[in-house]
Design a binder for this molecule. Structure first.
Ligand code: HEM
Length: 406
């Protein structure tokens, strides 16, 4: 449909969606740049995410705008700096190897759920900082149950019927949230009293040590909201991107071979990096980002009124043949000499709302893919590409990246 609209109306067109209001889809990199560099007071992203508030809480970075958003983002940014990610590499590799070694060979196997197990454990270790097996197991179960709320149609229906505000009143929702909250509070309390707090590198410890501009520490409630936000924003997205990388590589044995040769030589990650960039270009797990206008704005020659949402289309920008020749082809080589452009490669959105975990996610994908291709040969069960299938908000491979490993 996006293609059909683009053919008919060009790079800027309007969709009017039931319950969502008016979306102006933008496929032109200049317009996308204008949105990503525009005034955050005029371009609200948090407003569009209100449905998440009952689950993630009122301090969640995802639901805030303007000053409250910027001050919360300032607290969360330092742990996500590029170099810091290196410290997490060992834990990530250990978790990935343990999973991969358990996967069956010589039989069709769906990798997306297994990638979810990997990314969940990585978040528990690096974000929540939990190492103890028993506590890890408790949190894993409670968080899985909580995350299932987002994809379980029996849960989504009541949200639509009674509205997100009252959703906490529903028994199964409340029970799950209470269990998660209890376990997270225990972790926060334990960390506040930890003797080794200053030496710890997990993100929870860094948040416990972080200070607002007035010097005050983050409240338990704030930390709780941000931990769940990082989980929800970072778990499914990264797992699905990994599943897509496998789905594409399995159908391109020559690219897989090149990647494996590089991983085995262990000198350089250029091809691995390009493979990840190309996967995120061709199969972005999130296809648009939204900003609601608080004032009238002119974008790409159109006067847009307050109240409409502008929506940079990750999907269409990534398939523009002028930017990406032969756009449907999976071709990591295209990024070897030409690094991705700020407004033409936008799987992580952009501007002051750009994905906080972008470096973390790409680093994590690199660690997991490297360990996988070093250990296993991968073939598709069906040579036809898997179709894009939408689950809640992410675009996933229809058959969960079904492959045969050997
Ligand atoms: C391949 C994996 C991922 C993809 C494709 C992805 C994509 C995105 C996108 C498209 C946005 C919205 C950007 C915008 O509105 O301009 C976003 C926001 C966000 N992401 Fe990610 N993400 C990924 C992984 C992660 C990880 C691993 C974390 C943290 C551990 C994370 C944390 C966040 C947060 C906190 C925001 C909200 C930022 C804000 O509103 O200021 N993401 N992500």
């Amino acid at each position: 449909m996006l293609y059909a609209c683009q053919d008919r109306y060009g790079d800027v067109f309007t969709l009017r969606l039931a319950h969502e209001g008016t979306w102006v889809i933008l496929a032109d990199p200049e317009a996308v740049k204008q949105v990503f560099t525009g005034d955050p007071r005029v371009l609200h992203a948090g407003e569009g995410n209100q449905i998440l508030e009952p689950f993630l809480g009122r301090n969640s970075l995802l639901v805030l705008d303007e000053k409250p958003h910027m001050s919360q983002r300032r607290l969360l940014l330092p742990p996500f700096h590029g170099e810091r990610m290196q410290a997490y590499g060992e834990a990530m590799a250990e978790i990935a190897i343990r999973e991969i070694e358990r996967w069956p060979t010589a039989t069709p196997y769906e990798l997306r759920p297994r990638m979810q197990a990997i990314t969940l454990d990585i978040i528990l270790r690096t974000v929540f900082g939990v190492e103890d097996e028993r506590r890890m197991g408790e949190l894993r179960d409670a968080l899985r149950d909580f995350l299932d709320l987002g994809t379980n149609p029996r849960m989504l229906l009541p949200v639509l019927l009674i509205g997100p505000r009252r959703v906490r009143g529903i028994g199964p929702v409340r029970r799950r949230l209470d269990r998660v909250d209890g376990l997270i509070r225990r972790e926060i309390a334990g960390r506040r009293g930890a003797a080794d707090l200053e030496r710890r590198e997990d993100i929870l410890s860094l948040l416990v040590a972080a200070r607002h501009e007035d010097g005050s520490p983050m409240a338990d409630e704030e930390i709780r909201d941000e931990l769940l936000t990082l989980l929800v924003a970072g778990h499914e997205t990264t797992a699905t991107s990994l599943a897509w990388a496998v789905e594409r590589l399995a159908r391109h044995p020559e690219k897989l071979g090149r990647l494996r040769a590089e991983a085995e030589a262990g000198e350089d990650d250029a091809y691995l990096t390009a493979t990840i960039q190309e996967t995120l270009r061709l199969r972005p797990v999130i296809s648009i980002v939204l900003r609601r206008l608080t004032e009238p704005v002119e974008i790409a020659g159109h006067e847009l009124p307050a109240g409409v949402s502008v929506a940079p289309s990750i999907y269409l920008v990534h398939r523009n043949p002028e930017i990406y020749p032969d756009p449907q082809a999976f071709n990591p080589e295209r990024f070897l000499d030409d690094p991705p452009g700020t407004y033409t490669w936008i799987p992580f959105g952009g501007g002051v709302r750009r994905c906080l975990g972008a470096s973390f996610a790409q680093f994590e994908m690199a660690v997991v893919l490297r360990e996988l291709v070093r250990r296993r040969e991968i073939r598709p069960v069906d040579p036809k590409p898997e179709r894009v299938f939408r689950r809640a908000i992410t675009e996933t491979p229809r058959h969960n990246a079904r492959v045969v490993l050997s």
